[in-house]
Each structure stands twice: as structure tokens, then as C-alpha cells.
Design a protein around this ligand. Structure first.
Ligand SMILES: CC(C)(COP(=O)(O)OP(=O)(O)OC[C@H]1O[C@@H](n2cnc3c(N)ncnc32)[C@H](O)[C@@H]1OP(=O)(O)O)[C@@H](O)C(=O)NCCC(=O)NCCS
Length: 191
């Protein structure tokens, strides 16, 4: 479903929006970038990462404010095409952190994970990233410590007709809003 959150909306990212996703990741401040990627990475690394990552069965939910991508949650299967395990990663630009956006993105990501039959969701984050750990715990994550990083493993339940329907309704709503957004931009340009 499309959430209205802190003056923005959350919907799935389109493949055509790869550049926006890259720009968002490049805007992360140093600490957020380090937390997102588990260490310091260069601009070039991020550009390559975005090129590759969107082609790998990733489901990306994005948080938009006034048409600008300010937060994202990535969900990607680990291993084969019929994987039951997936990995999730989150990024929210500093002015929009600690306002519930991460919680809303995680909720959407868990629904998508459930509907794809992922039973185990890995969330890798640095040991000092208390906010991410707290966020994971809110959703009953079980956390185990390993090599200075935290891996949150969330057991996601089986899909139900209701959970699949909630995702479909959300996507449709997001699509309609996105079309409106494009139209209003066109109107502004032609005015
Ligand atoms: C980590 C991140 C995804 C969390 O999203 P967020 O929108 O900032 O978090 P929320 O506002 O939803 O808050 C999540 C929980 O953390 C708590 N929290 C907020 N700020 C905090 C802080 N500075 N320290 C500790 N806990 C904090 C909130 O109170 C909330 O818990 P509660 O609902 O029980 O009160 C976001 O801050 C971010 O993108 N950070 C940079 C990149 C990153 O760390 N990615 C994670 C690695 S994959």
C-alpha cells in the first residue's frame, strides 16, 4: 500500500528511476553512507552498485518528498531463483531520519518478503548502528552478533491472499499517484 509518511509517499521504485536512486545514495552523509554499505565507499562504487543492483531481482521501496527520492529499502533474494532467504538494506537521508520513515519502509519490505516466500531476512548493519537495531527489534527481529556486525533475522510468515492483495493495492495506488506526478510536472513545464 502507499503510505503517506512525514509529508512524503512510499511506493515501489521503477526501473526507469535508477538515476534517482543513485543520486539519493550519493547524497547520504558520510556516516549514513558508511552505515548503509557497512564501511566507507566511493562515489564510483555507488554508481556501479546501482547499475548492477537494480537488475538482480531487487524490490526497492522508495520514499519520495515533492517527487525527490529521500529514502529507500532494498530487498534482494540470496542465492538461487527459488531462494527462501533475502537481504534487506535501508537508506534515509539525514533530515528525514528518526521520523518513522525507516519503520514504514521496513513494514513494506516485510510484506514483500512474505509474499515472495522468503522465510529468512538478513539485515546486515554495523554494531554501533543502534537505530537500525532498534528498528529491527520493533519487528521482532532476532539479533545475533558476528564479526562486529549485527545480523537481524526476521522470520517472515507465509503469504496469504490478504497479504498479496495488500501489496497489489499498494502498487496500483502508487502507480496512479506517480502518473499524476508526471502529469503535473508536464503541466508545469507547458504552463
Ligand atoms: C537506520 C535507519 C534506516 C532508521 O530509519 P529511521 O527512519 O531513521 O528510523 P525510525 O524513525 O523509523 O526509528 C526506528 C527506531 O529507532 C529509534 N531511534 C531513532 N533515532 C535513534 C537514535 N539516534 N538512536 C537510537 N535509536 C533511535 C526510534 O525511536 C525508533 O524506535 P521506536 O519506534 O521504538 O521509538 C535510518 O536512520 C538510516 O537510513 N540511516 C543511515 C543508513 C543506515 O544506517 N542503514 C541501515 C543499514 S542497512
Amino acid at each position: 500500500m502507499q503510505d503517506a509518511c512525514e509529508g512524503g509517499v512510499i511506493r515501489k521504485l521503477w526501473v526507469t528511476e535508477t538515476a534517482q536512486y543513485g543520486d539519493h545514495l550519493l547524497r547520504l552523509d558520510q556516516e549514513s553512507r558508511r552505515n548503509r554499505f557497512g564501511g566507507a565507499v566511493s562515489d564510483e562504487f555507488i554508481r556501479n552498485y546501482v547499475e548492477v543492483s537494480l537488475g538482480l531481482d531487487a524490490v526497492i521501496h522508495a520514499f519520495f518528498v515533492d517527487g525527490e527520492l529521500r529514502g529507500a529499502a532494498e530487498l534482494r533474494p540470496l542465492g538461487s531463483a527459488f531462494a527462501h532467504e533475502a537481504e534487506a538494506a535501508f537508506s534515509i537521508e539525514t533530515p528525514w531520519q528518526s521520523q518513522g520513515v525507516g519503520s514504514a519502509l521496513l513494514e513494506r519490505t516485510l510484506l514483500a518478503a512474505r509474499n515472495r516466500g522468503y522465510r529468512l531476512l538478513h539485515m546486515a548493519c554495523l554494531a554501533e548502528n543502534r537505530r537500525m537495531q532498534r528498528l529491527a527489534r520493533k519487528f521482532d527481529a532476532e539479533l545475533t552478533f558476528d564479526f562486529g556486525s549485527v545480523v537481524g533475522e526476521v522470520e517472515s510468515a507465509h503469504p496469504t491472499p490478504g497479504s498479496v492483495w495488500r501489496e497489489i493495492v499498494g502498487d496500483t495506488h502508487g502507480f496512479a499517484t506517480a502518473i499524476l506526478d508526471v502529469q503535473s510536472r508536464l503541466w508545469r513545464m507547458s504552463a
